[in-house]
Design a protein around this ligand. Sequence first.
Ligand SMILES: Nc1ncnc2c1ncn2[C@@H]1O[C@H](COP(=O)(O)OP(=O)(O)O)[C@@H](O)[C@H]1O
Ligand code: SF4
Ligand SMILES: [Mg+2]
Length: 362
Amino acid sequence: MTLPESPPATHAVRPVPEVTSTPAPLLRVRGLSVSYAPPGKGTHLGTGAALRDADLEVRPSEIVGIVGETGSGKTTLARATVGLVAPAAGSIEFAGEDIGGLRGRARRAFRRSGQVQLVFQDPLRSLDPDLTVTDLVREPLDIAGVLSRTEREQRVAESLRLVGLDPDAVAERRPRHLSGGQRQRVSLARAVATRPRLLFCDEPVSALDVSNRNLVLNLLDQLRAELDLAVVIIAHDLSSLAGIADRVAVFYRGRIVEQGPIREVLGDPAHPYTALLTASAPSIGDEERLDPARLRPTGDTPAWPADLGCVFAHRCPFAHDACADQPASPTLPHAPQRRAACHDAAAWRERLDQPSPQKESA
Ligand SMILES: Nc1ncnc2c1ncn2[C@@H]1O[C@H](COP(=O)(O)OP(=O)(O)O)[C@@H](O)[C@H]1O
Ligand code: SF4
Ligand SMILES: [Mg+2]
């Protein structure tokens, strides 16, 4: 995928104001579980649940990264938050309002308001090929039923400029006549047209090379600053989030196994799965690297039934009897902003400091 050669329009990045206390969360997700199983087909939250017992908060104007393997429930969390799928359990509060419990007309009205927007993973498939760029960006405003006709036209042009596109050059084009990067920018312009307070971007950089990745990530940071927007960026790998996210949540098999300020999580992972991700990532910061080989099962790891206890037990070299019970995700005693779903959060590191069997025998 290529991006337009011209750099995005530059916008002064607003300095982050000093805060003396933590602002109230804009989004507060508690115990959220989602199952795609049709109603009446067995247990609602059996092994088929796509997301289980997720707790997550997003504060105004912050960037939260979500990382995890394919199928770990990242998109499901985004879809549940924008109201595309109903939760099986748990709550979703947005700006203090219970939006997870909205049904029928109330849910449709919330979706139409455009306060929370989702940019889908594949811009080509998510943009109607028959609409022009102007129609595509204006559509959410038409649906929301806000602003006069003239104001909508102005908002469309403003939104295109915000994402670094020249309205005169692209307004009448259709998606197939745009480059991949331009389509992605149109998706973003469409998402911010209603001036949402929260934006989910589903894998916005997975298909891009490193330089284009940085262009898109910088653009998201500019949008955050210009529009006072909280952004949740879903990604496959931690390294693309390292330079931009304030906090990160690590997903594994439908559960959030660790979350916290990204520098702390990367520098000192508390969950063995996060440690494996950071050790395997190409280069993140200058922290001391763990040896990935020490974080893989040794062969002595007990065999675990698929849906029993800790979701990572089948791959965890530190698994022990207590791991047959599902760990809670408490805050870490030494870091109240961090949480990890591991019976031995961080204590497993002590075992890494012991010499490996290979070194002992050398
Ligand atoms: N529309 C759907 N119908 C049935 N199962 C689904 C649907 N969407 C996702 N799933 C399943 O839910 C789980 C989580 O998927 P998803 O949230 O898309 O993961 P991710 O975004 O992390 O790749 C996967 O097992 C996936 O197969
Ligand atoms: S709870 Fe047990 S199996 Fe799960 S990550 Fe922690 S040590 Fe490993
Ligand atoms: Mg996904």
